[in-house]
Design a protein around this ligand. Structure first.
Ligand code: SF4
Length: 385
């Protein structure tokens, strides 16, 4: 590659060269490294936006095994896609991927646009993913800017403006573009992301051992722990979910979560949400409970311990109540009756999957129901559903 090299760019160039050299020696071997297939790059980048590499690996392999290309993903049933995605969170991303695959298969012959600006027009592909695909697959000189890159650029060049505000973003991008001249765009982008993931880590990076310490503004000014600066403080809200695990002979009930809330499209047990922690007696006196179970005696066999589930802007406090009934409850909001043997076929939130796998210990058991309840738990442990 021909490189325009002037004194002005000398520092950026040297840093870029060093980062690429470090990368060649230290990069992890990963299935999406050194490939130019935009589909595989796309899948890996979307998965890595929401999980760490170690956890993302199994999801990546599973996804590619089930949907090896755009056409197989486009043809797939949405429920099957969600089932593969189960546990990753941000289910809107899986739905957007499916919609994008349908669009690319129908309108573009199964091919991705080959430019950053073209990629941005595809549903669910934003700045980060478009930059990754454009540079890794098509060699376009556009920097990938994720949390790792923000941190590395802010520390190396001493960016004190918040990296999530306009001026900070502008400076980070400018520094990244200048540092990129040291190598081919795809190689440079992967190198700087890996450097942030392994060396310039968020907490207590080993700066003494860092090959960039003489050039690093943050290190030389005692600002490593202060950078990057972020302006946004998230407004964390707590929600209380009470799941009613209805046992009616050999069946239970599920409902599908709808638009405009977390876990859209996944299935869950019928649920009562309250604005605060609620005792079981208050729950069974609530209007929702009375509407569903009012005309018959619903026996609460057990309540799980409280499960705390953290999302980006939410904390969910969740309990599961095992309830036994002889007659179908008066459900009216799309709940479906599902045999226990078939529950595992439905895509459910991770926290519910954990419950189904017997990881939640009941804290309250009524003796009269204990034996039946125990028998089903035993079946779950042995893999029988
Ligand atoms: S010296 Fe420390 S802060 Fe600076 S780039 Fe290296 S690891 Fe990051």
């Amino acid at each position: 590659m021909h490189v325009f090299f002037s004194r002005k760019y000398n520092g950026f160039f040297m840093i870029g060269i060093k980062i690429i050299g470090w990368y060649e020696q230290n990069k992890r071997t990963l299935p999406w490294r050194d490939i130019v297939n935009p589909y595989n790059i796309w899948v890996s980048e979307i998965i890595l936006q929401q999980t760490r590499v170690n956890q993302g690996l199994s999801y990546y392999h599973k996804f590619i095994e089930h949907f090896p290309d755009i056409f197989s993903l486009a043809k797939a049933n949405m429920d099957d896609v969600l089932k593969i995605w189960q546990g990753l969170g941000y289910y809107s991303r899986a739905r957007n991927m499916h919609a994008a695959a349908v669009f690319l298969a129908d309108q573009c012959g199964g091919k991705f646009p080959e430019t950053y600006s073209g990629l941005l027009k595809v549903k669910g592909i934003g700045d980060y993913t478009a930059s990754a695909i454009a540079s890794f697959a098509f060699g376009e000189a556009v920097p990938v800017i994720d949390g790792n890159v923000n941190r590395v650029m802010a520390r190396l060049y001493g960016v004190v403006q918040p990296v999530d505000a306009l001026e900070g973003k502008r400076q980070i991008r400018r520094h990244a573009e200048k540092t990129m001249i040291a190598g081919t765009p795809g190689l440079y982008n992967q190198a700087v992301m890996e450097f942030g993931a392994l060396q310039c880590v968020p907490h207590k990076p080993d700066c003494e051992a860092c090959f960039l310490k003489t050039l690093c503004v943050a290190y030389n000014n005692g600002m490593v722990s202060l950078l990057p600066v972020k302006s946004k403080t998230s407004n964390i809200k707590t929600r209380y979910f009470h799941y009613l695990v209805v046992n009616e002979h050999d069946a239970t009930y599920l409902q599908r979560r709808s638009d405009g809330d977390i876990w859209n499209g996944l299935y869950e047990f019928p649920m009562i949400e309250t604005g605060a922690a609620t005792e079981m007696t208050d729950l069974s006196a609530s209007g929702q409970w009375q509407a569903w179970f009012g005309r018959q005696s619903a026996r609460i066999a057990s309540a799980s311990e409280e499960v705390i589930h953290r999302l980006t802007h939410r904390i969910l406090k969740i309990r599961f109540y095992e309830i036994w009934v002889d007659q179908p409850p008066a459900f009216k909001q799309g709940q479906i009756r599902v045999k226990w043997d078939d529950v595992h076929l439905y895509a459910v939130p991770k926290v519910m999957d954990n419950y189904l796998n017997g990881r939640c210990k009941p804290v309250l058991s009524l003796n009269s129901m204990g034996k039946r309840h125990q028998r089903r738990d035993d079946n779950r442990q042995t893999g029988k559903k």
